[in-house]
Design a protein around this ligand. Structure first.
Ligand SMILES: NCCC[C@H](NC(=O)CCC(=O)O)C(=O)O
Ligand SMILES: NC(=O)OP(=O)(O)O
Length: 344
């Protein structure tokens, strides 16, 4: 595997899930693969989980790890071509990428959406330059529009929880069981946040044949249509997300509630791209919201702002999966790095 951006990059998702569960049973099974290989993690934005879980996964696989925080000690990088570099950016990505690639065998990139230029963000301008000019396998550690390591970990967490509650084994994992109802709900926030997490969550839930997905949000927060539709590469089957503007209706009978804030994706009104359109606190997930579900489990990628996205009671309840979800980041990342090591 030379790039990891979308679920299709993993090929057969059932196989990838089996691999994840196998690695979870023995995290060091493939330690020989990474000997004398170096992962470079490049952060244009802050991180707690991605930084730690990716480093841990690489170490489990026997790799050396270099971490670069671009905004803490490196030269400020220009990312657009054709500009006169007379501002504060001393180096261009087009030199920096091949230079960084000299020192490693694999690259992870975190580069959030700037939320001011929709076209620039949705073209994945930074990620694509790494894919094009590094000559190394590259994986997304949350980029302008996607966060696949998170969504893969979310799926693992849901499958584990479902298997435990329904008394079936995860040995020889397959998707052939009763469908789980998952709801992605927008929730209020004080800052404008990217759409990467909801985009990937929708994409991955549509890729999982055992998930029935409903997306709920106020009007104006419609996600980019390319993420609301998924074509199975093996069968050609197309699945589309159901959008329900009534949050209560969406929650009814849900097995999983995935809460997340995102700013306006600018689909219906391009001029609103990246803006906060609503701070409606009736969308905050509290115990009353959870009472509408089928004893639903609560998920969030973290970091989460309590009181805005979710109440203390819900996130601390036995139905909250936020910690196992974060723990599974080590597992999703191990599968990705293993696949990339195998391709070297
Ligand atoms: N990687 C997980 C989420 C990262 C980011 N959240 C944030 O920036 C939250 C920051 C804050 O709450 O101030 C996002 O929404 O995409
Ligand atoms: N969920 C997640 O990606 O967390 P960090 O932003 O802390 O890496």
């Amino acid at each position: 595997m030379r790039s990891f951006v979308n679920p299709q990059d993993l090929g057969d998702l059932q196989k990838a899930m089996q691999e994840a569960l196998e690695i979870k049973n023995d995290r060091f099974k493939y330690q020989h693969l990474g000997k004398n290989k170096t992962l470079m993690m490049i952060f244009f934005n802050n991180s707690l989980r991605t930084r730690l879980s990716t480093q841990k996964a690489a170490m489990n696989l026997g790799m050396n790890v270099i971490v670069l925080d671009v905004n803490a000690g490196a030269w400020k990088l220009e990312t657009e071509r054709g500009v006169i570099m007379d501002g504060d950016k001393a180096e261009h990505l087009l030199e920096a990428i091949p230079v960084m690639a000299c020192y490693c065998d694999m690259i992870g990139v975190r580069s959030f959406a700037g939320l001011s230029d929709r076209e620039y963000d949705y073209a994945e301008t930074v990620l694509n330059q790494f894919l094009k000019y590094s000559g190394k396998p590259v994986f997304a550690m949350e980029t302008a529009t996607v966060h696949p390591l998170q969504a893969f970990a979310d799926l693992i967490t849901m499958e584990e929880s479902w298997a435990k509650d329904n008394g079936h084994s995860l040995d020889n994992f397959d998707f052939n069981h009763k469908k789980m109802k998952a709801v992605l709900t927008w929730a209020p926030h004080c800052r404008a946040l990217p759409q990467a997490v909801p985009n990937s969550y929708v994409q991955w839930m549509l890729a999982a044949p055992d998930v029935e997905l409903v997306v709920t949000h106020p009007h104006g927060y419609e996600l980019d249509p390319k993420f609301l539709e998924y074509t199975n590469p093996a069968t050609g089957e197309v699945r589309r997300a159901v959008v329900e503007y009534d949050q209560r209706k969406a929650f009814e009978g849900a097995d999983f509630i995935y809460a997340k804030n995102w700013s306006c994706p600018g689909v219906t009104e391009p001029a609103d791209y990246g803006k906060i359109l609503s701070k409606d606190m009736s969308w905050t997930v509290d115990t009353e919201h959870m009472s509408w579900t089928n004893n639903g489990k609560f998920l969030h990628c973290l970091p989460v702002r309590r009181g805005l996205i979710v109440t203390d009671d819900v996130i601390e309840s036995p139905n909250s999966l936020v910690i196992p979800e974060a723990a599974n980041r080590e597992i999703s990342c191990s599968v990705v790095i293993k696949r990339m090591l195998e391709s070297l």
